[in-house]
Design a protein around this ligand. Structure first.
Ligand SMILES: [Zn+2]
Ligand SMILES: [Zn+2]
Length: 95
């Protein structure tokens, strides 16, 4: 039976054992997960790394990124990537 390490808000640690799904994918974290990374990786798919509540970084409502993809996202935004993408959106006119 898999065991999980839960970090409590008060700084304590609790052990949980049971079939609670995958462990958090963040390095050194063994918590149970309730989130998946929503970072797009192409082909309409997302990263899908399992994440615990403290490693699922909410970048938009209901959109969570893993620690690695959060860094990519922040760099993307800093480089003006979002602005650039929006400027590239052209209305669909059909043929
Ligand atoms: Zn975690
Ligand atoms: Zn990810």
């Amino acid at each position: 039976m898999p065991c999980y390490i839960e970090h409590m808000p008060d700084g304590g640690v609790a052990f949980l054992c049971g079939d609670l799904g995958p462990h958090c994918a963040a390095e050194g974290c063994g918590a149970s997960t309730g989130y998946l990374c929503d970072y797009p990786v192409g082909d309409g798919r997302t990263c899908d790394l399992p994440l615990c509540a403290s490693h699922a970084y909410e970048v938009a409502p209901e959109v969570h990124y893993c620690p690695g993809h959060l860094v990519l996202w922040q760099e993307f935004r800093r480089s003006g990537g979002v602005q650039h993408e929006l400027e590239n959106v052209v209305p669909y006119k059909g043929r």
